[in-house]
Design a protein around this ligand. Structure first.
Ligand code: GDP
Length: 198
């Protein structure tokens, strides 16, 4: 798929105010600083569609972008800066869980993971929440240019192992990307295209 148009529609923290057009929706979420804004800018061919920031936790809203007039790309707030409490759900802001639990248009969420790091507790908790809530998601490994090709394979293998150790029966579909090197863009867009055609 080629992205011809990417149009900012609305930002808010209230899921009931999200666009009502019944277009398929794909959400992007991850720890602050994981490279989410850079990835969104890469796949949409924009320098500054999503605001990249050096300051973690800056973008705290649900941002809807209409792509090619036929699907929504949703940029969700970075997580990981709320106080961790015993209840997994409360780690994430209520409006994010409201979004996942009520947004019928959501086709798939992409959970972004920095490929350089071992599985982080909060990411595993978030994916467990998604699994338990039966919300379809894929993993996007980011910043692949920062490590060698050999290390990419071994880091993905280690991640799989850690997911199995956390009771996952199989690794979700995943993509390896780099926004600076434009790695993984075609694979990701082809996947969205295929799912949209189903
Ligand atoms: P966000 O907070 O998740 O939206 O992350 P940003 O997109 O703002 O990126 C956080 C930092 O990581 C910035 O300094 C980016 O330049 C850097 N970054 C993001 N993606 C990549 C990538 O693919 N490769 C490299 N080398 N740096 C990246």
């Amino acid at each position: 798929m080629k992205i011809n148009t990417a149009e900012f529609i609305v930002s808010n923290s209230d899921v009931t105010k999200c666009p009502q057009d019944f277009l398929p929706e794909y959400a992007f979420i991850g720890r602050s600083n994981v490279g989410k804004s850079s990835l969104i800018n890469m796949i949409t061919n924009h320098k500054n569609l999503a605001k990249t920031s050096g300051r973690p936790g800056k973008t705290q809203l649900i941002n809807h972008f209409k792509i090619n007039n036929n699907w929504f790309l949703v940029d969700l707030p970075g997580y990981g800066y709320a106080k961790v409490s015993k209840k997994t759900k409360s780690v994430f802001q209520q409006f994010i869980t409201d979004y996942f639990e009520t947004r019928e248009q959501l086709v798939c969420a992409f959970v972004l993971i920095d490929i350089r790091h071992e599985a982080q507790k909060i990411d595993i908790e978030f994916m467990s929440y998604m699994g338990e809530s039966e919300i379809p998601f894929c993993i996007i490994f980011t910043k692949a240019d920062k490590i060698s090709k050999v290390k990419i394979d071994s880091h993905v293998a280690a991640y799989k192992k850690q997911m199995f150790a956390n009771n996952w029966a199989e690794m979700p579909q995943y993509f390896v990307t780099s926004s600076t090197e434009s790695i993984g863009k075609e694979e990701l867009l082809s996947y969205i295209d295929e799912v949209n055609q189903e």
